[in-house]
Each structure stands twice: as C-alpha cells, then as structure tokens.
Design a protein around this ligand. Structure first.
Ligand SMILES: CC(C)(COP(=O)(O)OP(=O)(O)OC[C@H]1O[C@@H](n2cnc3c(N)ncnc32)[C@H](O)[C@@H]1OP(=O)(O)O)[C@@H](O)C(=O)NCCC(=O)NCCS
Length: 238
C-alpha cells in the first residue's frame, strides 16, 4: 500500500515553519512511542476507546511539536467542548486522518483563531455532497462541478476547506450561528480567480469563509492539494 502518511510528512515536513510564528507539525500514530505528553492528557486519553485514544494522543503529540516550534509549549492541551484548549498564550488546531495527526499552532496575540484539516486517502463520497455544500454551491456554476472527472477530489478538498474554516470560525460566533459545514460560505478573494478546492492554482488557493449568519466574521482558507491528499488551514483575515 502507498505510504500516504510518509509522503505527507515528507511534503509538509515534521515541523514546518510558516510565516508570522505559525508552526505546522505532523505525527504518524504508528510512530508514537508510548503515551507521552502531559499527565492531564494521559488521564483524558485513558477515558477514550483504544482507537480514539491513539488518535487523541497523536493529535496532542503533533500539537506539542507545533507549539514547541512556535516557542509556546508550556502546558497541556486540554478540551473546551471538543475544541483543543492550549496554554493561554497559544492557539492550536488539530486534525487526524489515515493514521496521521497534524496540528497548527501560533501565538494568541497574533491569531485570534486557527483551523487546520487534513484528508488522506478519502473523504465524503459525492453522494454525501449535500451534507457539505448548500444547494447553490452544488448547482451549475457553484463550487462543485459534479460532471467533472475530478468531482470526487473537488469535494474532498471543499470538505477539508470547510472543516478548517469551521474550526477557526467556531470560537468567534455563537453555536447557533454556525450549525455545520453547510453554513460556512466561501467568497473568492479579490484578485486572480482561484478555487477553494485548491484546483488549477499552483501552490494552493485562498478564499474567504464566513458563517452564513455572520458574514462580518471571516477567515482566510488556504487549500493545498498534496500528492497524499489535501491539507487546509484557516487564519484570521486581519
Ligand atoms: C469539528 C469537526 C469539523 C471535526 O472534524 P473531524 O471529522 O472530527 O475531524 P478532524 O480529525 O479533522 O478533527 C478532529 C479534531 O478537531 C478538534 N475539534 C473538534 N471539534 C472542534 C470544534 N468544534 N472546533 C475546533 N476544533 C474542533 C479536536 O482537536 C479534534 O481532535 P481531538 O478530539 O483528538 O482533540 C466536525 O466534527 C464537525 O463538527 N463538523 C461540522 C458538522 C457538519 O456539518 N458535519 C457534516 C459532515 S459531512
């Protein structure tokens, strides 16, 4: 079987540094050597079923690697609802897929919010497009070209972009203002035409995303198609 995780890690780096204090890290679940992490995290993990426990711990390991890279790793990453709650000076977002966890971290005084999503080797099937995209987004001229040969890949990329945006927008609005992925609305950034599915734009593409109920609250979403899958991240616009 193709080593998609190895390729992802090779592509984004174990701990790649981005602009402005952002760090992205990836950890393969199979490479975890014991539970590691903070005592509080190990206690939380012990309450989870085995599969979730491994995912959770890999997510925390990736988060600590990203936080350490940003110089912000000074405490456990606990929960707030299901959202990760990092040390006060930091923001962090976590995603897992196909045996790997990725985390994006940055300083709280520069990033009001962050979101990351990775999809490796799959995502929702085209038959589930209505769970991700609203009617206008699926209609002709909308975001998804259902007749295109790469429609399935387009949907996975749009799903990933919406998940990253959902994670970043959630802390900025009330829960009923962001009921799910269909409520995340994309608009193109002014400038050269790009697509939020990352297609036809070298190096990925950036769109703005906002809750349908709160068009004033926006994040910028970047989608990068990787050989192994899709990686998306969302950052505050300002
Ligand atoms: C929050 C959500 C985006 C997370 O997606 P997921 O499928 O669990 O996938 P990921 O692996 O990418 O992300 C999981 C991580 O996201 C983080 N997370 C969970 N809920 C979160 C939230 N509301 N906001 C920000 N981050 C969240 C957690 O760190 C979690 O990992 P952990 O539990 O090990 O700490 C998803 O569960 C969700 O609620 N989607 C919106 C509902 C919807 O419209 N669904 C239709 C799907 S077709």
């Amino acid at each position: 079987m193709e080593d998609v995780v190895g390729r992802l890690i090779a592509e984004i780096g174990q701990n790649s540094s981005g602009a402005d204090g952002l760090r992205l890290a990836a950890v393969r679940i199979a490479d975890l050597d014991g539970p590691g992490g903070y005592e509080e995290e190990r206690r939380l993990a012990a309450t989870l079923p085995a599969r979730r426990r491994a995912e959770f711990l890999a997510g925390r390991a990736a988060a600590h690697r990203a936080l350490a890279g940003a110089g912000l790793d000074d405490g456990p990453v606990l929960f707030e609802g299901r959202r990760p709650r990092p040390p006060a000076a930091a923001r962090v977002s976590i995603s897992h897929s196909g045996g790997v966890a990725v985390a994006l971290a940055g300083p709280a005084d520069r990033y009001r919010t962050l979101g990351v999503d990775v999809e490796l080797g799959g995502g929702p099937p085209l038959a589930a497009a209505h769970l991700v995209l609203g009617p206008a987004e699926r209609a002709g001229g909308g975001l998804l070209d259902t007749g295109a040969p790469d429609a399935a890949e387009q949907l996975v990329a749009l799903f990933s972009a919406k998940e990253a945006a959902f994670k970043a927008l959630g802390p900025l609005v009330a829960p009923d203002e962001l009921p799910g992925l269909r409520a995340v609305v994309f608009t193109p950034e002014p400038g050269p035409r790009a697509r939020p599915d990352g297609g036809r734009c070298a190096g990925g593409s950036a769109w703005l995303a906002a809750p349908e109920a709160r068009p004033d609250v926006r994040v910028r979403v970047t989608v990068r198609r990787l050989a192994a899958g899709v990686l998306s991240w969302a950052l505050p616009v300002d």
